[in-house]
Design a protein around this ligand. Structure first.
Ligand code: UD1
Length: 343
């Protein structure tokens, strides 16, 4: 029998791609729990179109403890949770800090309570490279000190990690993995599932594709006078399907008792720094289109360069990136075109 895994945020960007990877792996039965305040229930159909499997979805806000716990009562025999559900927009978190503290921390508290009440064995938590703040040394390893949080969003991830550390110390039945993502981009290679960005996206890739399709007029490169090889900022972009795959590998790692502590932490990045101008160039070349972009001022709060050392995940999880920059820009564009056809 397949092992039941609750995927909170299962209709979101990384969550839905993780449903696909879990189904492909075959050992687990993912069950999505998502209020769909930042996603849509139709994602379940998209996942079905790709995998042929209809994932069960509970449209429940996990901040509503009774409703959330009810899912476990109904499902029975759940062995673990992959916890994605959270708000993740940096500028919004600066504008509405309490909304972020409430949503991201109340939900995690309920997840941990569920782990206790239903005696779950596995917890995988979505964290972010933003917890490192302004790093002094590159590449970033898991031993790089956690920095001063530059926004409430990053702070909720720092607090979340600490909550899991302290909680697992007291609950030997629970083994956990914290995954710190760098810059997830791209979509399912089929072009049938992908990120549903807000009307005004903040992240580079959705802006690139929206400019490409004409939803947005122009892309501004934020800063070309950084001390980097071409003057624009360098980030560690990683294909979302590789991020999703790491969650399956993390579950298997715990299941096979390869962990040496009850709370293990891994960076998830490609290990390659790519500049904004290089990303634009790859997008144009691979997809054969010209982007309307201008060189502009620096965006406040941006660090010049950050990229990961993911050796720990490579070695201990047996995980490696299958996709490079070309697949990232190709799949991002495929999805944007698919969305345009749908509407
Ligand atoms: C941001 C978040 C980070 C989060 C990550 C998720 C901040 C400070 N950090 O990272 O916490 O985990 O998204 O993917 O917001 N750029 C442009 N023009 C644009 C948009 C972006 O040049 O219109 C540049 C930025 O200056 C940056 C790079 O593209 O150098 C990537 O930006 P973005 O996608 O927003 O990600 P981060 O800021 O790295």
């Amino acid at each position: 029998m397949k092992k039941k895994i609750i995927v909170t945020g299962g209709t979101g960007y990384i969550g839905s791609h993780t449903l696909i990877e879990l189904i492909k792996n075959g050992e687990f039965e993912p069950i999505a729990v998502d209020s769909c305040v930042r996603s849509t229930p139709e994602t379940i159909q998209r996942v079905e179109a790709i995998t042929g499997v209809r994932v069960k979805h509970y449209q429940v806000d996990i901040c509503d403890k009774n409703a959330f716990f009810n899912v476990f009562e109904l499902e029975k025999e759940v062995v673990g949770i992959i916890h994605f559900a959270a708000f993740k927009c940096v500028p919004e978190s600066v504008e509405k800090p309490l909304m972020y503290y409430h949503n991201n921390l109340q939900s995690l508290e309920n997840v941990l309570e569920a782990c206790e009440k239903f005696q779950l064995q596995y917890l995988i938590f979505s964290s972010s490279a933003s917890i490192y703040g302004d790093v002094k040394e590159l590449p970033v390893t898991e031993n790089t000190p956690v920095g001063i949080p530059f926004c409430p969003y990053a702070h909720t991830k720092q607090i979340g990690e600490q909550m899991i550390h302290f909680f697992t110390q007291q609950h030997p039945h629970l083994q956990s993995v914290i995954l710190r993502y760098f810059n997830p981009v791209g979509n399912d290679m089929s072009g049938l599932n992908g990120e549903l960005s807000p009307d005004k996206p903040n992240n580079l890739m959705p802006i690139v594709t929206q400019v490409g399709i004409g939803k947005m007029k122009q892309l501004t490169v934020f800063g070309t006078d950084y001390d980097t090889r071409d003057g624009s900022c360098i980030r560690d972009y990683i294909h979302v399907c590789d991020i999703a795959d790491a969650h399956v590998k993390a579950l298997l790692f715990l299941e096979n008792q390869k962990n040496t502590s009850r709370c293990e932490t891994f960076n998830l990045g490609s290990g390659n720094g790519v500049s904004v101008l290089e990303m634009i160039d790859a997008f144009e070349k691979v997809n054969g289109i010209k982007l309307n972009y201008v060189l502009g001022e620096r965006r406040p709060g941006d660090v010049p360069a950050i990229y990961s050392d993911s050796t720990r995940a490579n070695q201990l999880l047996g995980w490696e990136c299958r996709y490079g920059i070309n697949e990232m820009v190709e799949s991002a564009w495929k999805w944007e075109k698919h969305l345009a056809q749908e509407h």
